[in-house]
Unconditional design. Structure first.
Length: 238
């Protein structure tokens, strides 16, 4: 089973918290012990936003800001690599071909951003498509996909299950509302739809939730089910 885990920077290292990074490393090791091939894509989080804000005030253009954000995601990726120790490539993969090669060699692949104007949400979806992943898990700071921003709208409804096409529609609606926060971005949703990748969006503040989702299909987040998928989930690690 090939699994791509997208870990938000604010989830992995909200305060450069070493125990949280170590806990995610334990999850990855356990999945590998279960027989999974694992790629982890790490976001930039609050640290990236702080750097980008400071650089914007200093006059950096948007491409330069994107590149700065990529650099921070790769620093966060190096934290996870340090926690994993052996059986992981010792530097973040910088493109999809490199990520695929790492997995073919039997190692865990860890990476951050790839190119300006593309978030790690989209990178995660693209890696999943490139390597033919069985499952893509977004470990975010929210419990799943909602009809509106739950931080702004008390009536926001969480979706337990969506088709990939419905995910695109929901995210497009959220992104059109200025200031709204979507759990994944629109490009990622469109790649998921194109690739037909089974996807879970969940609250990753407890790394064990990712483990339960991959091993047993048990979670309280949102299942994104590709067209043509049956009701029986036959490829959980357990």
């Amino acid at each position: 089973m090939k699994v791509v885990v997208s870990i938000g920077g604010s989830v992995l290292a909200p305060d450069l918290d070493a125990p949280r990074v170590a806990a995610y490393a334990d999850v990855v090791r356990t999945l590998v012990d279960d027989g999974c091939q694992v790629a982890a894509v790490v976001g930039g989080g609050g640290v990236a936003r702080e750097y980008i804000g400071a650089a914007r005030d200093l006059g950096a253009n948007e491409i330069e800001l994107d590149q700065l954000g990529i650099d921070v995601t790769r620093l966060n990726a190096r934290l996870l690599i340090a926690a994993l120790g052996d059986d992981v490539a010792n530097a973040p993969a910088t493109d999809y071909e490199e990520a695929g090669e790492v997995l073919r060699n039997g190692d865990v692949c860890v990476m951050g951003g790839v190119t300006p104007a593309q978030t790690t949400d989209a990178v995660s979806a693209a890696v999943a498509e490139y390597v033919g992943a069985d499952l893509l898990v977004y470990a975010t700071s929210v419990p799943g996909v909602y009809s509106a921003d739950p931080n702004e709208d008390d009536d926001a409804e969480q979706y337990p299950e969506l088709s990939a096409a419905d995910l695109v529609d929901v995210i497009a609606g959220l992104e059109m509302n200025a200031g709204s926060s979507a759990p994944v971005d629109l490009l990622a949703a469109k790649i998921i739809q194109r690739a037909g990748t089974r996807t879970i969006v969940l609250d990753g503040t407890d790394p064990e939730r990712v483990l339960d989702a991959v091993r047993y299909g048990e979670h309280e987040g949102t299942d994104v089910v590709p067209d043509g998928a049956g009701d029986q989930l036959t490829y959980w690690a357990e």
